[in-house]
Design a protein around this ligand. Structure first.
Ligand SMILES: NC(=O)c1ccc[n+]([C@@H]2O[C@H](COP(=O)([O-])OP(=O)(O)OC[C@H]3O[C@@H](n4cnc5c(N)ncnc54)[C@H](O)[C@@H]3O)[C@@H](O)[C@H]2O)c1
Length: 397
């Protein structure tokens, strides 16, 4: 008998949801049944995109939908704690977007709520789900190339100049590169290190007062016994590390290098913050492209990625790429190909499906997400004080 698909509800139909739409629209292991969002145009599009689905204005109404067994929480960060608690209290499993929350007490409350309710809590999507990073971890764990000794992660994007809501430009409300972008890099290097981090030293300042939040950082994440990772990120829209990935973009799409400076140019043509918010809204779900486009778009042919990552082992450097893993050993350099993705970000559903249908404990659990938030907060503290910050909430990966 064919296995029953996961009966999914979604709360928050914005940018994160749109990035997951190709996955939700194509993966046969899912039945997308219902949504909640205060925006009527988003609900109308959802009803058209997922025929027979139910649409609600509020999370409480979605939680009362008995047919839904799991909820993908893709609301802005500040809603995550309340949404996860509500979902767990209603007996629903949860996939919550990163960052899980903005404080450790909120993260703990979410872990506790899931534990009490006996439901799975998975935190993602983060790029540490992407197959090339998972394969690199397997290669490291095989021991073929010796122990991992150093990890380098570097990503340069135009993140800071994409249209934003006001709170996305306010670090205190969870805005800025450390809350929004660092979780990806932190989780990729934690995955590859394979053991708990011990401390972090970071630097980050606001370079562009017109954006008001940090758009760049660098950091040294120490895993002890001589293993450390450097994390470098800039969202200032100048150099772009996709140049080092054959112009393959974060979502595995082909980039056009001739489109230099587009994000910055679009933003400089706006007269006010209100216009910026309107531009963001115009591109979002309900007004921008929907599931039909996501279902019929050609598959990207390459995996998602988050910039340049190199895991340096004793006898080889391993470089995950959108098409596989480049292995630079003593006498041989070659690409270990991965078959192209059939469904973008299917790895997220692999983990959700394994948890819900096989009872397999997820890697990206609530505790995992909490450890990432601890590192984000420590980065901000270290950048402020100029000191190394010890980490105390890092479970084994
Ligand atoms: N993993 C990724 O690649 C990725 C990418 C983008 C965003 N995110 C994360 O996803 C989350 C959402 O970010 P976004 O960029 O999609 O934001 P967004 O502003 O684009 O969308 C938020 C959506 O939530 C809805 N919403 C707001 N309040 C609500 C409420 N009380 N109940 C129900 N719906 C509500 C809004 O109407 C909107 O549709 C953030 O935590 C962000 O960090 C993750």
């Amino acid at each position: 008998m064919p296995e029953e698909p996961i009966r999914l509800g979604v709360v928050g139909l914005g940018r994160a949801f749109m990035l997951m739409l190709p996955t939700l629209a194509r993966d046969p292991r899912l039945a997308v049944l219902a949504c909640a969002d205060p925006r009527p145009e988003a609900r109308a599009r959802f009803a058209a995109d997922f025929p027979g689905s139910r649409t609600y204005e509020s999370m409480s109404a979605l939680c009362a939908d008995e047919a839904v067994e799991a909820i993908y929480v893709a609301t802005p960060h500040q809603h995550h704690v309340a949404d996860v608690r509500a979902a767990a209290a209603a007996g629903k499993h949860v996939l919550v977007e990163k960052p899980m929350a903005l404080t450790l007490p909120d993260c703990r409350a979410m872990v506790e709520a899931a534990r009490e309710a006996g439901v799975h809590l998975i935190v993602g999507h983060s790029h540490s789900f992407d197959a090339p990073y998972l394969r690199t971890r397997e290669i490291i764990q095989s021991g073929t190339h010796g122990a991992v000794r150093m990890i380098t992660a570097m990503n340069f994007t135009d993140y800071l100049y994409r249209p934003r809501r006001p709170e996305e430009l306010d670090t205190a409300q969870g805005g800025g590169a450390i809350f929004s972008q660092a979780p990806h890099q932190i989780e990729v290097v934690r995955l590859l290190a394979g053991r708990p981090a011990r401390s972090i030293r970071a630097a980050s300042t606001v370079w562009d007062p017109s954006r008001g939040t940090e758009g760049a950082y660098n950091a040294l994440l120490d895993f002890g016994d001589g293993l450390a990772a450097t994390l470098t990120y800039s969202g200032h829209g100048h150099f772009d590390t996709d140049e080092f990935q054959d112009w393959t973009g974060e979502m595995g799409q082909q980039r056009n290098p001739a489109e230099y400076g587009t994000a910055r140019n679009v933003l400089s043509g706006l007269a006010s913050r209100e216009e910026e918010v309107m531009l963001k809204e115009k591109r979002t779900y309900g007004l921008g492209p929907g599931a039909t486009e996501a279902r019929t778009a050609p598959l990207p042919g390459a995996y998602n990625h988050f910039g340049l990552v190199i895991a340096s082992c004793e006898f080889a450097d391993l470089r995950p790429t959108p098409r596989g893993v480049m292995i630079y050993a003593d006498d041989l350099r070659h690409l270990e190909h991965l078959p192209p993705p059939e469904i973008p970000r299917a790895e997220v559903i692999d983990e959700l499906h394994a948890a819900l249908r096989r009872g397999t404990a997820p890697l990206h659990s609530g505790e995992w997400g909490l450890a990432t938030v601890e590192i984000c907060l420590a980065m901000l503290q270290s950048a402020r004080t100029g000191r190394e910050v010890a980490l105390h909430q890092q479970g084994a990966p």
